[in-house]
Write a protein that binds this ligand. Structure first.
Ligand SMILES: NC(=O)c1ccc[n+]([C@@H]2O[C@H](COP(=O)([O-])OP(=O)(O)OC[C@H]3O[C@@H](n4cnc5c(N)ncnc54)[C@H](OP(=O)(O)O)[C@@H]3O)[C@@H](O)[C@H]2O)c1
Length: 326
């Protein structure tokens, strides 16, 4: 464990990315406060957080809900940094207006708490590639200057506009709040996030990613040409941008774009024990056209990716086996 680096807060620390970030911050020498949703009957098992190395001394768990933005105040007071990862569950919450309001107002409440604390030096917000993927411009590769046009996405009449709208409007509102109030806000834009996981439930991105092993054919179309990043690289990028004095604005964090056929070839070679559809049988799948994402800004600032596709698969499969999903 590194030397003490200071007190930081992670919102949504019980989730897939949040819990990995908590683990990594503890390893880096931070004292961490994390928020989980209220659990009055203490039914939820979060031992995967409380049993992390260093957690007994350096991890403090607070209860907070985006529905009540002021509920984050106590966790943020006195922190030097906040990593805002929490977002309403896109599979459970699909009413665009409700989910967008909850996400935007919850986030602005968190940012006000950061401002009022007078101790928070920088906020790192976990955005999403959905905020740059649907500009309607038909580019093959996009960078941080691109913004999704929510109306354009709505006109496509495809699944997911509530998530696309909520993430896009939340990131825009956060950056605007930072500009108007002199609060440093850096946003990270990941595509599909893959790798091992600590949480007890199967993360939705892992479920999508492993659809060829899990047998969820209806998901193939979403993986036709998907960009990906390892969860460990993504959380390292969060910490890198928090610590880098020159970090400013938006940062795409995406390793590579992989075709469904290449995933099939890779999985078949690596896991012959599973019935993986052949690359040839997948050629006819009509996928959604997706653009690539340039991580040049992040790389130019000195960040280095450590994990390739093999690590993403191995981590995801191993965690699924350990937790009984495979
Ligand atoms: N996974 C990906 O592929 C991916 C890609 C791009 C962007 N992202 C972004 O990364 C972030 C984390 O995603 P994830 O994949 O780790 O999902 P996740 O496992 O579902 O984590 C989401 C977190 O948000 C919390 N949350 C949900 N509703 C809340 C509410 N009303 N109040 C307070 N907290 C609430 C959840 O709390 P509970 O644990 O109590 O449910 C959970 O800790 C999200 O902002 C997501 O948009 C993820």
């Amino acid at each position: 464990m590194d030397e003490e680096k200071g007190l930081v807060c992670v919102t949504g620390g019980a989730g897939f990315i949040g819990s990995w970030l908590v683990m990594k911050l503890l390893q880096h020498g931070y004292t961490v406060r994390t928020t989980v949703r209220p659990d009055p009957e203490c039914k939820r098992d979060i031992s995967y957080l409380t049993s992390l190395p260093g957690a007994s001394e350096k991890l403090h768990i607070f209860s907070a809900d985006l529905d009540q933005p002021e509920s984050f105040n106590a966790a943020i007071e006195g922190c030097i940094g906040v990593f805002h990862v929490a977002h309403p569950n896109p599979l459970k919450e699909q009413d665009e207006e409700i989910v967008t309001k909850k996400s935007v107002e919850g986030t602005l409440g968190i940012l006000r708490a950061c401002l009022n604390s007078k101790t928070v030096k920088r906020v790192v917000y976990t955005s999403s590639a959905s905020t740059i993927s649907h500009s309607g411009t038909n580019k093959d590769m996009v960078d941080e200057s691109t913004w999704t046009d929510v109306e354009f996405h709505r006109s496509l009449k495809v699944y997911g506009t509530s998530y696309v709208a909520a993430k896009t409007k939340t990131e825009q509102a956060a950056l605007e709040f930072g500009e108007n109030n002199g609060l440093e806000i850096v946003t990270l834009i990941p595509p599909l996030v893959i790798g091992g996981f600590l949480c007890k439930t199967l993360p939705s991105s892992i479920s999508l990613f492993l659809c060829m092993i899990l047998g969820n054919e209806h998901n193939y179309e979403y993986l036709k040409n998907k960009s990906m990043v390892h969860v460990d690289d993504l959380v390292s990028a969060h910490i890198f941008l928090f610590e880098n004095p020159n970090a400013k604005g938006r940062y795409i964090c995406s390793l590579a774009q992989v075709s469904l056929e290449d995933m099939s070839r890779f999985l078949t070679a690596k896991y012959p024990e599973y019935q993986i559809p052949t690359a040839d049988s997948l050629k006819g799948i009509e996928g959604h056209k997706t653009c690539g994402y340039s991580s040049e800004k992040l790389l130019k600032s000195g960040f280095k990716f450590k994990h390739g596709l093999e690590d993403m698969f191995e981590g995801a499969v191993q965690s699924c086996r350990e937790k009984g999903f495979l």
